[in-house]
Design a protein around this ligand. Structure first.
Ligand code: C2E
Ligand code: CA
Ligand code: CA
Ligand code: CA
Length: 279
């Protein structure tokens, strides 16, 4: 205990450190960020390895805080999950993305599947299916153009409820992808119980596949298994031409990564579509 008087003492007594003060400020700012319109959705292209064309986009949230500057989602998403703010946030992202996808359709751009990341808290909301249905109705986006990305750890939390929920979501006609595949629970038996469409290989396996023989072996096995299970497979975090060549050789279906494009704001993404940028 400190023998100090006044504020300084209380500061320590309440257990507040510089780190937790920063967390506290972050949380306080996060609460108002939505109403202050400090969030933006960026889009990263998903590219077909068969045609070389952009076939989809992953929506990634960006926070430009007026008081703290750019804050990475790696930092604020866990905080938003702890505080429950993730639910309105993910809902805002989904609405923004569906609205945008519809606009691109109406502008006669090539049809595109848009993917949204869903946090565990959001996925386990009892009325998730109704919320998704409402967003699709309000934005008039056909369900087959919406994809939800769920991590392995999220779907493994409550498997009976998850099986039911995934079935409900599939009945809507939307697409489901398992995100960060291979990084969560190791039991693969869930693959035959859950209804979903796509396996997304995490960046940690894709890195250096052309020279790291272990990553190469794991990635090759994942692609093979996905295809044997009739799933589409996409590799994320592709940064080099040799990683791309390896994935093409292994008949991976799609890729995403800095090699083709970083996540970009909607107008820039639209430019990629208009100019028909391809691999
Ligand atoms: P994730 O879903 O695994 O997203 C992929 C991350 O890898 C993104 O980071 C993306 O910008 C980055 N990335 C893409 N290509 C490359 C590459 O070639 N090299 C490297 N080094 N990185 C690449 P970001 O945007 O910082 O997002 C981090 C995580 O935050 C996401 O991981 C996701 O879990 C979460 N997240 C982002 N937006 C949302 C959202 O709207 N809702 C929820 N619930 N989570 C989100
Ligand atoms: Ca993702
Ligand atoms: Ca990942
Ligand atoms: Ca599919």
């Amino acid at each position: 205990a400190q023998k100090q008087s006044g504020n300084h003492y209380e500061f320590y007594a309440s257990g507040m450190t510089v780190g937790s003060l920063n967390q506290f400020l972050l949380e306080a700012n996060l609460r108002h960020a939505l109403e202050r319109s400090e969030f933006q959705v960026y889009y990263q292209p998903k590219v077909s390895l068969v045609t070389g064309e952009i076939v989809g986009a992953e929506a990634l949230i960006r926070w430009f805080s007026s008081s703290q500057g750019f804050v990475s989602p790696v930092e604020f998403i866990p905080l938003a999950e702890e505080t429950g703010l993730i639910v309105p946030l993910d809902e805002w992202v989904m609405t923004t993305v569906c609205t945008q996808a519809k606009q691109w359709q109406l502008a006669d751009l090539p049809p595109l599947q848009v993917a949204v990341n869903l946090s565990g808290l959001q996925f386990h909301q009892t009325d998730l299916t109704e919320r998704v249905t409402q967003i699709l109705q309000r934005t008039e986006l056909e369900p087959q153009y919406l994809e939800l990305e769920l991590t392995e750890s999220v779907i493994m939390q409550n498997t009976d409820a998850t099986i039911k929920k995934l079935d409900q979501l599939k009945t809507l006609g939307i697409q489901i992808a398992i995100d960060d595949f291979g990084t969560g629970y190791s039991s693969l038996s869930y693959l035959k119980q859950f209804s979903f469409d796509t396996l997304k290989i995490d960046r940690c396996f894709v890195q250096n596949i052309s020279c790291d023989s272990k990553n190469a072996a794991i990635t090759t096995a994942m692609i093979q298994m996905a295809h044997d299970l009739d799933l589409k497979v996409i590799a994320e975090g592709v940064e080099t031409n040799s990683e791309l060549a390896f994935l093409q050789q292994q008949a991976c279906d799609e890729m995403q990564g800095y090699f083709f494009s970083r996540p970009v704001p909607a107008p820039e993404f639209e430019q990629l579509l208009v100019t028909g940028k391809r691999l």
